[in-house]
Design a protein around this ligand. Sequence first.
Ligand SMILES: Cc1cc2nc3c(=O)[nH]c(=O)nc-3n(C[C@H](O)[C@H](O)[C@H](O)COP(=O)(O)OP(=O)(O)OC[C@H]3O[C@@H](n4cnc5c(N)ncnc54)[C@H](O)[C@@H]3O)c2cc1C
Length: 485
Amino acid sequence: MALMTGEQYEESIRKLKLNIYMLGEKIDNPVDDPILRPSLNSVKMTYDLAQQAEYEDLMTTTSNLTGEKINRFTNLHQSSEDLVKKVKMQRLLGQKTAACFQRCVGMDAFNSVYSTTYEVDKQYKTNYFKNFKKFLTYVQDNDLTVDGAMTDPKGDRGLSPSKQADPDLYLRVVEIRPDGIIVRGAKAHQTGMCNSHEVLVLPTIAMRPEDKEYAVAFSVPTDTEGITMIIGRQSCDTRKSEKDADIDVGNKVFGGVEALVVFDDVFVPNERIFLNGETEYAGMLVERFAGYHRQSYGGCKVGVGDVLIGAAALAADYNGAARASHIKDKLIEMTHLNETLYACGIACSAEGHQTKAGNYEINLLLANVCKQNITRFPYEIVRLAEDIAGGVMVTLPSEKDYNNPATREYVDKYLVGVASVSTENRMRILRLIENLSLGTAAVGYRTESMHGAGSPQAQRIMIARQGNIPAKKKLAKAIARIKEE
Ligand SMILES: Cc1cc2nc3c(=O)[nH]c(=O)nc-3n(C[C@H](O)[C@H](O)[C@H](O)COP(=O)(O)OP(=O)(O)OC[C@H]3O[C@@H](n4cnc5c(N)ncnc54)[C@H](O)[C@@H]3O)c2cc1C
């Protein structure tokens, strides 16, 4: 099977025996849970769009491993054009879901593990590259969704993995067996874990020789014994479980999800190990994964931004302010910021280069500049959307009051904007802006923009490393005609 349909994907997740907890309860059926279901719908969209002729060029490609048609989310990028198409695909998905569609973390992990394992094997004669190609072929053949698991809980940020008071605060190998390893620890903030078939674990920071047991990369099915997912709480999440909830949810159909994922002595067979103790390669893996993931945000957040800009423009239409010059200017500013993010995503892709393993990597400096802008611009876009929406965005009565005959007339009469638009439609657009700015989608649009793929300082460190100030000094000296002593 090369491509799964959305329905087949849904059924495949339904068959997994996932160990999930949320809001103090064990969730035996995540697929139909009202809080989790929108997040599954977002991933499902990556399958649905791949079935449509209109999106075939963006959503699918040919595997370099098997020659078969595959979903682009399982692709090893074969050119700069592939990298550009990745960003365009992500913008499309952002536009269609207005949420985090979760499947890109795995794609970014594939590309970084592929090129890194190639280089580790060259030095150490290990089998990691072969192992990884076998795993990815299985992923491509079955069109699987894979959680990219990098971030450890990290405990005291001032201490290295092996110096932590609790040695499990970074995921580590606790036992080596003839047929595999036992790992213990956790990965925090795991996007889409409960909607994934497999989890691909990577180290979270560069490591020293004393951190040997922490320098580990591997994959296992998400329902492997010993894995527990504890779903993160999102602002306004229980609105989704209110009876007949619709308007108040803002985005009823789509959402994102994160989880704290515990690995309590999980067995990993030898053929699924992609790094085990080669500490000097942990940093390379982190840097490459982060680079790809920083590129990703130049697509997905831009697509969500498109929806937010559209919502703000509608809010202005609905309250009669659309013709005001400052409103027009604010929409221009939002567009300018959003397209600047897209320009960064496209630029770091177009300037991509081939790795030693053969797949394509983004321009790291430009990818880090892209993500640094992502840590700022969505906040400004949200600020402008809130300005245009007006205070009613946060003081709006609930749809229960709208549906209650005792209050409906008042809500209809006093919360209308222009006479030609229903109060209900005005409420719908205000709730969507609330959802993206402060509600469940703000997890993906705001705070993930800040911390996802690394907090702002992580990009500044990379920009400092890649910025090549000495070369720029030389340029200045040449122009100023300074002769070196
Ligand atoms: C919505 C969302 C989705 C995510 N999805 C995923 C995912 O799917 N997979 C995944 O692996 N990760 C994921 N992440 C995790 C993301 O990569 C981390 O949030 C990010 O790396 C920052 O780590 P932290 O959250 O632990 O922040 P912290 O480490 O607690 O950072 C907080 C602050 O402390 C500073 N700081 C931390 N350590 C140091 C230090 N040693 N020296 C100086 N300053 C320091 C940081 O710069 C920052 O300002 C996600 C995060 C979010 C918010």
